[in-house]
Design a protein around this ligand. Structure first.
Ligand code: GLV
Length: 399
């Protein structure tokens, strides 16, 4: 039987492989979104609203996929997004993803909700590592994490602003994600059958010591926070604009604000000193029925007016999606599920294969477009559906 990472032809091939490897409760945490999952679906679907305008009969023997984000040179215009609970998906979790990112010549963003020590994650990658900050555990824990991230060599801080409460992830409630992560052994009994039908995952989980702690959230006087479910975690993670002041005083490097969907928030993020903005709806996991990130991108690009780099995440499954986002003004994209399915299916090899699939997609798409480099992409390579109401409304309302 071929190994999962070699049999996957596209990113979507990794999803069933991940489903086969993970217990339902873990798979659904990764795969699911908030409420009716409208935004989750829209994130992918919106790419169909953008079609290409290729330049044919142009020889493109080689393509230059390189770019830079905040001055960091990347071999291709994608970064690995912060993915919480990666260590539950694979025992190597964040270490495996960071290694794969470095090997591919790109950056890895470590989530606060991570199971491996940030120092080990930084040491695992040869590429840039950025730290994503939630205020879980309180300001003292966040201050300690910021200082540790600085000493460990993380080169940018990513502040997520769309989590003042967790989205209603119905699958997690139905599956009992909270009980599965809790301390009670009795509460874990209902999960036995799904664990036993996933022996490879179960073996890895048990050899890894079971439910990990959160070693990057060290509460002063108490030690590392135990792993808690995402609702409880995010409810205590809210960041407000007021917090940006003390965060900026502590972190002198670049700050990236993630979770911007409107021109107004983009301008506020710039006022608060953001060096870059990530247009994101948290992978459809927070407020359902917000627009797809791709649809929100033009409004943010227009508001930013080149004063900061604009990144986006949400729904990327193909290199062509990345090209579309860049044509609409993104500097680069973050991928989340696109690599996490690979991580769950085959560890580091799965992440590397996912990145490789996107790299070859990118190269082929550029060649078919008649465009020799990422730097040459612009709006002239795409048509946008006339049905993008948010964009039209924004344009009409803009001065
Ligand atoms: C973690 O950040 C999550 O949204 O699940």
């Amino acid at each position: 039987m071929s190994r999962p990472e070699t049999s996957a032809v596209s990113i979507t091939d990794f999803r069933p492989l991940a489903r086969r490897r993970l217990p339902k409760v873990v798979f659904d945490y990764l795969d699911g979104g908030a409420e009716g999952e409208f935004t989750l679906r829209e994130n992918c679907r919106a790419f169909e609203d953008v079609t290409f305008r290729p330049r044919h009969a142009v020889a493109v023997p080689r393509c230059d996929l390189r770019t830079s984000v905040l001055g960091f040179n990347l071999s291709l215009p994608l970064l690995l997004a912060p993915v919480g609970y990666s260590r539950l998906m694979n025992p190597q979790g964040e270490l495996a993803a960071a290694r794969a990112a470095g090997a591919a010549g790109t950056a890895y963003i470590l989530s606060t909700i991570s199971g491996h020590r940030m120092e080990d994650v930084k040491a695992a990658t040869s590429g840039p590592a950025w730290y994503q900050l939630y205020l879980m555990g309180g300001r003292g824990a966040a201050e300690a994490a910021i200082e540790r991230a600085r000493v460990a060599g993380f080169s940018a801080l990513v502040v997520t602003i769309d989590t003042n409460v967790a989205g209603m992830r119905e699958r997690d409630f139905r599956n009992g994600m909270k009980e599965m992560l809790g301390n009670s052994l009795v509460a874990k009994i209902p999960f036995l059958s799904q664990f036993l039908t996933r022996p490879r995952w179960l073996t890895g989980f048990l050899l890894d010591g079971g439910v990990p702690k959160l070693p990057n959230i060290v509460i002063p006087g108490q030690g590392p926070m135990p792993l808690i479910d995402v609702s409880a975690a995010l409810a205590s993670a809210a960041v407000t604009w007021e917090d940006m002041r003390w965060i900026r005083d502590l972190w002198t490097g670049p700050i990236i604000i993630k979770g911007v969907l409107t021109g107004e928030d983009a301008r506020r993020a710039l006022d608060e000193g953001a060096s870059a903005i990530v247009v994101s709806n948290h992978g459809g996991r927070q407020l359902d029925c917000v627009p797809a990130s791709l649809t929100a991108l033009p409004e943010v690009v227009e508001a930013v007016k080149g004063r900061a780099e604009v990144l986006m995440d949400g729904g990327i499954r193909r290199g062509g999606d990345i090209v579309k986002a860049i044509c609409l003004g993104a500097r680069a994209v973050l991928i989340g599920r696109a690599y996490a399915y690979g991580l769950a299916a085959a560890g580091q090899a799965g992440v590397s294969r996912a990145i490789e699939i996107l790299r070859t997609d990118l190269e082929r798409t550029l060649k078919l477009l008649g465009c020799a480099s990422i730097a040459d992409l612009d709006g002239s390579f795409v048509n946008i559906s006339a049905n993008w109401p948010a964009r039209k409304r924004f344009t009409a309302a803009s001065p």
